[in-house]
Design a protein around this ligand. Structure first.
Ligand SMILES: CC(=O)SCCNC(=O)CCNC(=O)[C@H](O)C(C)(C)COP(=O)(O)OP(=O)(O)OC[C@H]1O[C@@H](n2cnc3c(N)ncnc32)[C@H](O)[C@@H]1OP(=O)(O)O
Length: 450
C-alpha cells in the first residue's frame, strides 16, 4: 500500500461542512496522532502501557488513515503538528478454516480488518465509506480473496458486502459440572494431561501459536493469528490488568505432543454466605481432537475457590454445550462473530469446497467491488471441487455479495436467506441446490477476538 488518495470525502446525510481528507499510509512515526484518534474513538486507555506497546500489534505495511488536509490551522494545535487523523484502519494477514470438498476442511488466507475508527467530529460524512472502498480495492490489487472482520456494531458492515458467517456463543458452566461425553471419549480424555503456565512469556506465546494453528486445522470457522501477531498478542501488562491474575495458558498433551490449549484468567471473589465464588474466564480454547477439548474443559470446571467458568468464542453446536447439559444449563448467549466478505467472488468460490455437485449461474450484486458484479457460473463435480468462471448465460439466482459471505463458512444457508428475501431465484430449485452444496457438516466455531 503505497498509494495516496487525494480525493475528498463525499458528504452523506449531514449538511455540516465536510473536512477534506486524504488516505495515507501510516508508520511508527505517526504513533502520536494514531493514539490521539484511538482514545477519542474508543474512550478507553490501558493504564501504564506505552504508546509503542499499544501499537506493537499493528502491521505498518497494512495501516492507513484519513488525514485532514483542510480546514487548517486547527484551534489549539501546535503550528508544526502533523495534520490530525479523521479516520484510521488496519488489517492483518490471517487465515480462516472453511468447508473443503466433501466434508473436508480447508484453511484459506483471510484479510482481517481491525482498528476501524472515525473521529467523533467527522462522523456520518462518508469517511468510513471512503476507507472501506480503499481497503477492499487494495486487498483486490494485492490478490487477497477473502476478507473478514468482527463488527463493533452489527448494523455497519452489511452495506460494504460483508455477511455474518458465524455466531459467537458464550457458555457459563457451574464448577463441578459433570461433562458427560460417553465411554469412548472418557477413555480418550484420560490419556490427555493438562498443565498451565503464564501466557505472556515468549516460550508460552510460541507454544500457544503452534497449538492454535493446529487446532484451527480441525475446526470449521476457526480464525488464526499469524506468527508476528502471535509474538505480541498476549503481552499482559501488570499495570493494565490491575489486581487480576496474569493470563494463563493451559496445554493439553498426549504422548508428549500438544493437542490443545486454553487461555484463561481466574478472578477471586467470596459470596455473602462466606463461600468462594471465583470466576474462570476462558478467552480461547481449542483442540485438535474432541478428547483433548474434553480434558481441557474438565480441568477448567474443577478449580478450587471458583463457582463458574465462562467460555467465550464457542459455537452453536459446540460439543462443550451438550457435554455440559445443553443451552439451559450453560446460560447460552449468542451474537454475530465473523463477518466474511468475498473480495474476489470467483477465486473465493473456487478456493472453498462443496458438499455436493452443483451447476448454477449466479448474478452477483456488488457495487463496491465492481469486478465482482456480473454473472458467474459455479460448477462443482462429484469430488466437491468447484470452479467459478465468468459467463453471459441466463442467471439461475440473483444475490448480493454479502449473501455469499454469510454462507461461506457452511452456515447461514442460502435457502434461509432466500426465505428472508435476500436471495432471489430465477429457476426453481437452484437456490436449494447451491444451498445444500455450500453447507458444512457442523456449525462454524466463533472467530478469536481480533
Ligand atoms: C472491524 C472493526 O474495527 S469494527 C469497529 C468500528 N468502529 C467503531 O464502532 C468505533 C466508533 N464509531 C466510529 O468510529 C464511526 O462511527 C464508524 C467507523 C462506525 C462510522 O464512520 P463514519 O465515517 O461515520 O461512517 P460513514 O459516514 O462513512 O457511513 C457509511 C455508512 O455507514 C452507516 N453507519 C456508520 N456508522 C454506523 C453505525 N454505527 N450504525 C449503523 N450504520 C452506520 C452510515 O449511515 C452510512 O450509511 P449509508 O452509506 O448507507 O448512507
Amino acid at each position: 500500500m503505497n498509494h495516496e488518495s487525494p480525493e475528498p470525502t463525499t458528504p452523506v446525510a449531514d449538511d455540516r461542512p465536510a473536512p477534506t481528507t486524504r488516505l495515507v499510509d501510516l508508520g511508527p512515526g505517526d504513533a502520536e496522532r494514531i493514539m490521539a484518534l484511538e482514545h477519542l474513538v474508543w474512550f478507553e486507555i490501558a493504564q501504564g502501557v506505552s504508546t509503542e506497546d499499544n501499537l506493537a500489534e499493528l502491521d505498518f505495511e497494512r495501516t492507513r488513515g484519513a488525514e485532514i488536509i483542510s480546514p487548517t490551522p486547527r484551534l489549539g494545535a501546535a503550528a508544526d503538528a502533523a495534520p490530525p487523523l479523521a479516520g484510521f484502519f488496519a488489517s492483518w494477514p490471517m487465515a480462516v478454516t472453511a468447508p473443503g470438498p466433501r466434508g473436508a476442511l480447508t484453511r484459506l488466507p483471510m484479510n482481517g480488518l481491525t482498528w476501524v475508527g472515525v473521529h467523533p467530529d467527522t462522523r456520518r460524512r462518508g469517511i468510513l465509506r471512503q476507507m472501506m472502498t480503499d481497503h477492499l480495492h487494495t486487498a483486490h490489487e494485492q490478490g487477497e480473496v477473502v476478507a473478514g472482520l468482527q463488527a463493533a456494531e452489527p448494523a455497519i458492515y452489511g452495506r460494504f458486502g460483508y455477511g455474518a458467517a458465524s455466531l459467537d456463543v458464550t457458555l457459563t458452566i457451574a464448577r463441578g459440572t459433570d461433562l458427560s461425553a460417553g465411554d469412548e471419549l472418557d477413555r480418550a480424555a484420560e490419556q490427555v494431561s493438562t498443565h498451565f503456565v503464564p501466557a505472556g512469556t515468549p516460550e508460552a506465546m510460541e507454544a500457544i501459536q503452534r497449538a492454535h494453528v493446529s487446532a484451527a486445522g480441525h475446526t470449521l470457522g476457526a480464525v488464526t493469528r499469524n506468527d508476528s501477531m502471535a509474538r505480541v498478542w498476549f503481552r499482559d501488562h501488570p499495570s493494565a490488568r490491575g489486581s487480576k491474575e496474569p493470563l494463563q495458558a493451559m496445554f493439553a498433551v498426549r504422548d508428549g505432543e500438544p493437542t490443545g490449549y486454553a487461555l484463561f484468567r481466574r478472578t477471586a471473589s467470596w459470596g455473602d454466605d462466606g463461600l468462594p465464588s471465583g470466576k474462570v474466564l476462558v478467552r480461547e480454547i481449542g483442540a485438535s481432537d474432541p478428547a483433548s477439548l474434553l480434558a481441557l474443559a474438565r480441568r477448567l470446571v474443577d478449580f478450587d475457590l471458583t463457582s463458574t467458568v465462562s467460555l467465550y468464542g464457542r459455537g452453536t453446536d459446540d460439543p462443550l454445550l451438550w457435554w455440559a447439559g445443553g443451552p439451559r444449563q450453560v446460560g447460552l448467549r449468542a451474537h454475530d462473530s465473523l463477518w466474511v466478505r468475498l473480495v474476489d467472488v470467483d477465486a473465493a468460490l473456487t478456493a472453498r469446497g462443496y458438499a455436493a455437485p452443483v451447476d448454477v449461474v449466479l448474478d452477483v450484486v456488488d457495487p463496491i467491488c465492481p469486478w465482482n458484479e456480473r454473472r458467474w457460473r459455479l460448477t462443482v463435480g462429484e469430488d466437491g471441487v468447484g470452479r467459478c468462471l465468468p459467463t453471459d448465460d441466463e442467471p439461475d439466482l440473483r444475490l448480493p455479495v454479502a449473501a455469499l459471505g454469510a454462507a461461506f463458512l457452511g452456515s447461514r444457508p442460502l435457502a434461509a436467506q432466500a426465505v428472508a428475501g435476500v436471495v432471489s431465484e430465477r429457476h426453481t430449485g437452484t437456490v436449494a441446490e447451491l444451498s445444500r452444496a455450500m453447507r458444512g457438516d457442523v456449525e462454524p466455531i466463533a472467530a478469536i477476538g481480533f
